[in-house]
Design a protein around this ligand. Structure first.
Ligand SMILES: Cc1cc2nc3c(=O)[nH]c(=O)nc-3n(C[C@H](O)[C@H](O)[C@H](O)COP(=O)(O)O)c2cc1C
Length: 210
C-alpha cells in the first residue's frame, strides 16, 4: 500500500463493524473503507466486535467489574485519529451492537475524531435512516463526521463470492470514505491546523470593529 508517512507519525484509522454475523456485508464494507484509508497512507485496524467480550452499558457508575475488553476497545479507539463506523440496517435503525459499543465509550474516545460512516441494508433503503442517526450520535460525541457517507442497499446481491463489490463505482465510494477520513484526520492533527486553532482561541471576537 502506498504510504508517504511512516512510523509513529502515521495517522491511525480504526473501523468498527456493527454486525456480529460471520459473513457480514457490513464487515466487508468497513474493510473496504479501511483499504481506502490505508491507500491514503493511514495505519488501519478493524475492531471486530465478535472478538470483544463486552457487557451492556449500565451507566458506567462502577466499572471495576467490567470485562477487560471494554478497556481494550477504548484504548484502541483512543489511539486512532479517525474512525469508520459500519452498521447494518436493523428495523430502520443502526444495530444495537454498535450502539452499545459506542455507549461503552464517550468523549475520551471520540471527541475531535474524524468519523466516516458506511451502512448496509437487505432492502432498498440503503441504511439511510441509520446513517443519519449515526451522524447525530457523532455530533453528540463532538466528533467530526465527514459529509460523505456510503450506503449499500440490497447488499445480498452487491458482493461477489469473494466478497468484492460488483459495482466499481460503489467500491470507489466506500473506499473514499476511508480515504477522506485519513486525509481529514491528517489535516486536523497537522502542525498548521494546531497553529490555526491556537490563533482562533486568541482571535478578537469582532476583528473588523473600531
Ligand atoms: C434484526 C434485523 C432487522 C433488519 N431490518 C432491516 C430493515 O429494517 N431494513 C432492511 O433493508 N434490512 C433489514 N435487515 C436486513 C439486513 O440489513 C441485512 O441482512 C444486512 O445484510 C445485515 O448486515 P450484515 O450482512 O452486515 O450482517 C434486518 C436484518 C435483521 C437481522
Amino acid at each position: 500500500m502506498a504510504s508517504k508517512s511512516s512510523g509513529k507519525n502515521r495517522i491511525q484509522v480504526v473501523g468498527i463493524c456493527g454486525s456480529l454475523r460471520p459473513s457480514s456485508f457490513t464487515r466487508l464494507a468497513v474493510d473496504l473503507a479501511l483499504q481506502g484509508a490505508q491507500e491514503a497512507g493511514a495505519q488501519t485496524q478493524l475492531l471486530d466486535l465478535r472478538n470483544y467480550d463486552l457487557i451492556f452499558c449500565d451507566g458506567k457508575e462502577d466499572e471495576r467489574n467490567y470485562p477487560k475488553d471494554v478497556f481494550k476497545l477504548r484504548d484502541e479507539v483512543r489511539q486512532a485519529q479517525g474512525v469508520i463506523l459500519g452498521t447494518p440496517e436493523y428495523h430502520g435503525g443502526y444495530s444495537g451492537v454498535l450502539k452499545n459499543a459506542l455507549d461503552l465509550m464517550g468523549f475520551k474516545e471520540l471527541e475531535g475524531k474524524m468519523l466516516g460512516l458506511v451502512g448496509v441494508s437487505g432492502g432498498a433503503m440503503g441504511a439511510a435512516n441509520p446513517l443519519s442517526s449515526l451522524r447525530a450520535i457523532g455530533r453528540a460525541l463532538h466528533a467530526w463526521v465527514i459529509p460523505e457517507q456510503a450506503a449499500i442497499a440490497h447488499a445480498w446481491k452487491k458482493f461477489d463470492e469473494k466478497g468484492k463489490l460488483i459495482d466499481e463505482s460503489l467500491e470507489v465510494r466506500v473506499k473514499n470514505i476511508g480515504r477522506q477520513v485519513a486525509r481529514f484526520s491528517f489535516l486536523h492533527s497537522s502542525e498548521k491546523a494546531r497553529e490555526f486553532l491556537e490563533a482562533w482561541e486568541v482571535a478578537p471576537l469582532n476583528p473588523g470593529a473600531d
